[in-house]
Ligand binder design. Structure first.
Ligand code: ZN
Length: 254
């Protein structure tokens, strides 16, 4: 354990998280994620570099734009802290080596997917369509998947969720899951292998039911209230990175 190094790793993660915030805002609008520099969404004032420090600036500015006083969403520091925490936890899990940046890139993409889906109820194809072959390659070359495990993960991922969505629509005459979720699960299967899918479907539906129950208890809607499924799939996939392989090995090869 080296506290200084660990703080540095966490802070590096928050800087990446700051970039993920830009992706979360701009990808649904079809804008470039590298240009132009960040501006206040309300008054258009350019964000000064010293007001762009992850988490800290949000606290110093007390969640207000320095120029116009418009509120800054809590999502910014939440995404930054979450990204920092995940990078640190992945470092504890994988240590130094190629698996750390690969797993972190995967988790970072899922943070973007989850927060876009929460806000817009969509999972952009520009993420999942190129993401599937890229993460298949990373899964095979870096995460020690066989080609078969990754390809079966893509096919079974898309196939199983497509089937669930089809049956759900047949039974309820309602749209329960979108094609965005189907393509997302294909990307998850590509990187984590087919063995991960049972874990991801099980854990995500548990999380989804739990969240749905909370929403009903809070009187914020009923079962028809469409809770996006992408955040739960994403959370379950990140959980799988940490312990899922070990758990599924016990279940499958006992
Ligand atoms: Zn402003």
């Amino acid at each position: 354990m080296n506290a200084g190094l660990e703080i540095l790793i966490f802070l590096s993660g928050t800087v990446v998280g700051s970039f993920l915030n830009v992706c979360i805002i701009r990808i649904p609008q079809g804008l470039s994620i590298v240009n132009p520099p960040s501006r206040c969404a309300s008054c258009g004032a350019r964000i000064r570099f010293y007001d762009n420090i992850p988490i800290i600036s949000y606290l110093i500015l007390r969640a207000r734009c320095r120029d116009c006083g418009a509120g800054i969403s809590i999502r910014y520091p939440v995404v930054e802290a979450l990204t920092g925490a995940i990078l640190l936890a992945l470092y504890w899990k994988f240590g130094w080596g190629a698996q750390l940046p690969a797993a972190f890139a995967f988790a970072a993409v899922l943070i973007v997917v989850a927060f876009i889906d929460l806000e817009h109820k969509i999972i952009p194809d520009v993420i999942t369509l190129p993401g599937t072959p890229v993460f298949a390659a990373a899964g095979i070359l870096i995460m020690d998947l066989t080609v078969w495990e990754s390809l079966a993960g893509i096919a079974a991922g898309a196939g199983s969720l497509y089937l669930i969505a089809f049956i759900y629509r047949l039974l309820t005459k309602r749209e329960g899951m979108g094609m965005g979720d189907v393509k997302l699960l294909a990307m998850l299967g590509a990187f984590l292998g087919w063995q991960s899918l049972l874990f991801i479907l099980f854990v995500s539906s548990l999380l989804g039911s739990f969240a749905g129950g909370l929403i009903i208890l809070a009187g914020r809607g009923n079962l028809k209230y469409a809770v996006p499924y992408g955040p739960f799939l994403s959370a379950a996939a990140v959980a799988y990175l940490f312990a899922g392989r070990e758990i599924m090995q016990l279940v499958l090869y006992r």
